[in-house]
Design a protein around this ligand. Sequence first.
Ligand SMILES: NC(=O)c1ccc[n+]([C@@H]2O[C@H](COP(=O)([O-])OP(=O)(O)OC[C@H]3O[C@@H](n4cnc5c(N)ncnc54)[C@H](O)[C@@H]3O)[C@@H](O)[C@H]2O)c1
Length: 244
Amino acid sequence: MPGRMAGRRALVTGGASGIGLACARRLVAEGAEVVLLDLSSAASAAAATVACDVRDPGAVAAAVTRAAGLLNGPADVLVNSAGVYRIAPLLDLTPGEWDDVVTVNLRGTFLAGRAVAAALIAAGLPGAIVNISSTAGLVADASEPSAHYNASKAGVLALTRQMAAEWAPYGIRANAVCPGVIDTPMLRLMDDPAAGDAYLQAGVPQRRLGSADEVAAVIVFLASDDASYLTGAAVPVDGGMTAI
Ligand SMILES: NC(=O)c1ccc[n+]([C@@H]2O[C@H](COP(=O)([O-])OP(=O)(O)OC[C@H]3O[C@@H](n4cnc5c(N)ncnc54)[C@H](O)[C@@H]3O)[C@@H](O)[C@H]2O)c1
């Protein structure tokens, strides 16, 4: 929808790749000013990029301030897409591996959300936050053991609900999407194409991978005023995976 996001200032964490990059492209196409936040500030064709590690509170605060300078005002759309995925059976999972994944996926989402909301509240402006959880935050999957990832994504859902509850009085909405099996550089399922295809046939009613743009379409809807009475929700974008 060209123009739907005109006048909006968007910050996309993890915006250099995959779902975050697809969001940035859609936000730009719909009229928003966009700044990306990622580990490296390597030039992106999609938008200006601020280098930041979302695990670091000081770096996140500085990056949100820098983004506000580039956007000529505080970001009123935040997409939290920075994330990492690791596989390890529970009995082999080390505390260090647990912390690595939870710190990026859950703490990073908290830090960016808090910094953006604080700037909006200080300026008396409304906004919308969309956090990227996963179907892994809703259901277990013995074939891809990743308890640390799953716990981080379930945590993102609880965090999203709490953001919605605490920040609704300020006009800030917070929602989450739960992508299923999406064709991005993070995807491990298709490392073994035969096994990947069998998984899709048995586990995904639509029997195919989703695209990053199909997830971005839902994220931008949630960030837009079309979703003005929607907050605290978790929306699966999974080809029906969690319906069966
Ligand atoms: N691809 C899938 O099938 C799938 C499914 C469900 C959920 N997700 C979630 O979607 C989000 C985006 O994943 P994707 O598939 O686009 O992956 P991706 O690997 O393509 O992109 C992730 C981005 O996050 C950035 N990033 C990682 N650690 C960071 C850090 N500490 N600070 C700042 N940036 C950091 C990376 O540099 C990268 O650009 C993630 O939260 C992921 O867990 C993906």
